[in-house]
Ligand binder design. Structure first.
Ligand code: URP
Ligand code: ZN
Ligand code: ZN
Ligand code: ZN
Length: 463
């Protein structure tokens, strides 16, 4: 068994910050000790003096190769997980999709086939329910038992992923019984479709109208509704990609009442705004995602929610489409722009910048990006922390390094960066995945197929 020793760094977990040496045996963390107090021998010694030693990031919301609007998200499991590793993320949870008329099993098998043998880092799956019926409800129980313990439903995208309130209630009732966690994309898709039609009829076709028709009020309404449905079902609910302060207020109110309601936001809502959607020459299309970017004023509410724990997780919703040939499908009709932004490589850095800017503490950075996503989705203990027995998914992070985010240097398979030109204080130096070096000082040392599929337990956070 290879023994790796990481010496002299500041180990940061959600719980504490401590100067410690970290001993890794094979794929797991064996021990932590006060620097220099043990006579540990190792095959490989990594000097982390002046650096942070943090758990690998857990990105609980990605869409590699996702079919959307007649095209596919540009990152494969191979390129997307490699890019994740470059950015200090060592686990992703992607969304397998049940198409209407299909069983959950058929959808899940298809996603296993896409990912198997391709990933540079470990991965799990949530399941998107597009067709709630007697047999798919029964299948949910089996999936929870085999490690797919979370299910996403949509009040948005009528005719594609949309489920009506009755179907959502049934899925929530089933989850209340089998321990699954329902994840909700909360926007009133039926009302949005009316506003889309009316906007296009007025000749309002530019990307910025995507943000105008997908109103904050319609995110708040759907958020309120899914919270009430979950309450009726006696189930917890996790609201994905919260972008509107009005929606966050619904979550905060429910939590004040003591309800098991949880929320996630994404870097794009914290760092970007409708100003980006309004960029001229169709450049705004680069920022089309759903829920949409909001006016800048919403950002302060989201940062506050992350500090007060009304929001528990920051995931990327990584769903990249190239500007050329993909985003361009919506020239002349914003409703045909494929929805989604790249970001799996940028999340840990952007959130470190948030630490530097004073929005969150260092421990909160690790909590929202590593520990809580692991707990929320049944991976904690193995993932999300640095402790004896945990997988040796470890990032050596240099807080003194500087970088500028750019499509010219990123590793995602997409021809633009949503954060082009943004200066970041801090940079990933070394990344270990289960004890193996994946990134080291600007070089990718990993391989497709190193990453293994993770069967997850039920949530360790919500019940
Ligand atoms: O625009 C987005 N978010 N695309 C991915 C699909 C989803 O709704 O998460
Ligand atoms: Zn969604
Ligand atoms: Zn309400
Ligand atoms: Zn998504």
């Amino acid at each position: 068994m290879t023994r790796t020793l990481i010496t002299g760094g500041l180990v940061i977990t959600a719980a504490e910050e401590v100067h410690a040496d970290v001993l890794i045996e094979g794929s797991r963390i064996a021990a932590l000790a006060t620097p220099g107090t043990q006579n540990w021998t190792a095959d490989r010694v990594v000097d982390a003096t002046g650096k942070y030693v943090i758990p690998g990031g857990v990105d609980a919301h990605t869409h590699m190769e996702m079919p959307f609007g007649g095209t596919f998200a540009a990152d494969s499991f191979e390129s997307g997980t490699r890019a994740a590793a470059w950015g200090g993320t060592t686990t992703i949870i992607d969304f397998a999709i049940q198409s209407p008329g299909q069983s959950l099993r058929t959808g899940l098998d298809a996603w296993h086939a896409k990912a198997d043998g391709k990933c540079a880092i470990d991965y799990g799956f949530h399941m998107i329910l597009s067709d709630v019926n007697e047999s798919s409800l029964k299948e949910m129980d089996g999936l929870v038992a085999e490690g797919i313990s979370s299910f996403k439903l949509f009040t948005a995208y009528p005719g594609v992923f949309y489920s009506d309130d009755g179907k959502i209630l049934r899925a929530m009732q089933r989850a209340a019984g089998n321990g699954g966690l329902i994840m909700m994309h909360a926007e009133n898709g039926l009302a949005i479709d009316v506003l889309v039609e009316q906007a296009l009829a007025r000749g309002e076709t530019d990307p910025r109208y995507h943000g105008e028709v997908r109103k904050a009020l319609l995110e708040a309404e759907a958020t309120h509704r899914v919270i009430k449905l979950a309450q009726v079902a006696g189930a917890p609910v996790y609201v994905v990609h919260v972008s509107a302060r009005e929606a966050l207020a619904e979550i905060a109110r429910a939590r004040t009442e003591g309800l098991p309601v949880f929320g996630e936001t994404c870097p794009q809502y914290l760092f970007l705004s409708t100003d980006n959607l309004a960029e001229p020459d169709f450049e705004g299309a680069k920022y089309v995602c759903s829920t949409p970017l909001r006016p800048r004023e919403h950002q302060a509410a989201l940062w506050r929610g992350l500090r007060t724990n009304d929001l528990q997780v920051v995931s990327t919703d990584h769903c990249p489409f190239c500007f050329t040939g993909q985003k361009e499908l919506g020239r002349g009709d914003f409703s045909k722009i494929p929805n989604g932004l790249p970001g799996v490589e940028n999340r840990m850095d952007l959130l470190h910048q948030a630490v530097v800017d004073g929005h969150i503490s260092r421990r909160r950075w690790i909590e929202i990006a590593c520990a809580t996503p692991a707990r929320m989705f049944g991976l904690y203990g193995r993932k999300g922390t640095i402790a004896p027995g945990a997988d040796a998914d470890v990032v050596i992070y240099d807080p003194a390094a500087e970088q500028t985010i750019s499509a010219a240097t990123h590793h995602m398979a997409v021809d633009y960066s949503a954060y082009e030109g943004r200066r970041i204080a801090g940079r990933v130096k070394t990344v270990l995945s289960r004890g193996e070096v994946v990134i080291d000082r600007g070089e990718f040392k990993g391989r497709p197929g190193h990453g293994v599929y993770l069967a997850r337990s039920t949530s360790q956070y919500v019940r």
